[in-house]
Structures are given as structure tokens and as C-alpha cells.
Design a protein around this ligand. Structure first.
Ligand SMILES: [Zn+2]
Length: 161
């Protein structure tokens, strides 16, 4: 049982790191392109490399147009990643054969997640349908939903008026 938990954790972490690597590479690639365009534009306007360099350092420090965008783009990626690590922990602890309840936060929840809220399925079934933050719901990386062991207390849907 402990070995199985370790394996689930190890596989989950490997998969997550792989995903992060791909996402980060894409975002760094985009920032590099923006950076290159920016430098070319400034050079064509007659700015010296020293001036451009100084401006870029300010942009980096203050989260300006170029690096600020990069930082903003990473935030949901890391938030999603932390929550997926939490899911891996839950899976390792509860086991693959148990059933899991989809729990939405119900604040600014997307229609896809509202529909899934309180549904119970086996982990594999959820994996097939798309785990939270896997891109299966319109909220994507911003999804705050979690899968909890269905053994846990039944949740009543919150009515909002
Ligand atoms: Zn969600």
C-alpha cells in the first residue's frame, strides 16, 4: 500500500513537472520574441544598447510591459500546479480504487465546474473526463476545484440569489 502511494506520488510529480516544462518553455519563448521585437524597435528609433538595457532593467524591476506580462502569465500556471500537486497527494492518500467528489468553490465558478460540482466518479473516470486544471473546463488553469474522497461528508450545493 505504501509502495503504491509512493508510485502514485512519483508518477504524478513526474507528469506535473513535464507539463510545467512545456508551459514554461512556451511562455519563455513568447517573452523572448517580445523582447527581441522591443530591442529591434528601440534600435530603429535610434536608442543605444545602454539605454535599452537600462529601460529593460526598470521594466523587470517594476513588472512593466515586457516582464510584467511574463510574470502575470506565470501566476495561473503556478497556482494550477500547486493545486495539481494537492490532487496528487489526495490520490496517493485515498487510493486509485476509491471514488472522488468534484468540489467547486462556488465563487466565480465556471459553468463546466458548476455542472461537475458534487458529482462522484472513480479517479480514472475523472482523469478521462479531465481533472481540474487539465484544460477540460473553460476556467482552465484558474480552476479552484478539488477532488476529495467521496467518503467525506455530502456537500449541499449553495444556492445563490
Ligand atoms: Zn473548476
Amino acid at each position: 500500500m505504501i509502495d503504491l502511494n509512493k508510485e502514485i506520488t512519483r508518477n504524478g510529480i513526474d507528469k506535473e513537472l513535464e507539463t510545467l516544462e512545456i508551459v514554461l518553455a512556451a511562455k519563455i519563448g513568447r517573452t523572448a520574441l517580445t523582447l527581441e521585437e522591443y530591442v529591434q524597435m528601440r534600435l530603429s528609433q535610434g536608442a543605444t544598447l545602454e539605454i535599452i538595457r537600462a529601460d529593460l532593467i526598470v521594466d523587470l524591476k517594476e513588472g512593466g510591459r515586457i516582464f510584467g506580462e511574463f510574470k502575470n502569465a506565470l501566476q495561473p500556471t503556478f497556482a494550477g500546479s500547486v493545486n495539481r500537486f494537492r490532487d496528487i497527494g489526495e490520490l496517493a492518500e485515498t487510493g486509485i480504487s476509491a471514488t472522488y467528489r468534484w468540489v467547486a468553490v462556488l465563487v466565480n465558478t465556471c459553468p463546466d465546474c458548476i455542472e461537475r460540482h458534487n458529482q462522484i466518479k472513480r479517479w480514472e473516470e475523472w482523469e478521462e473526463e479531465g481533472l481540474p486544471r487539465s484544460g477540460a473546463t473553460v476556467c482552465g488553469q484558474n480552476c479552484k476545484c478539488i477532488l476529495v474522497s467521496a467518503e467525506a461528508v455530502e456537500l449541499q450545493p449553495i444556492k445563490r440569489g
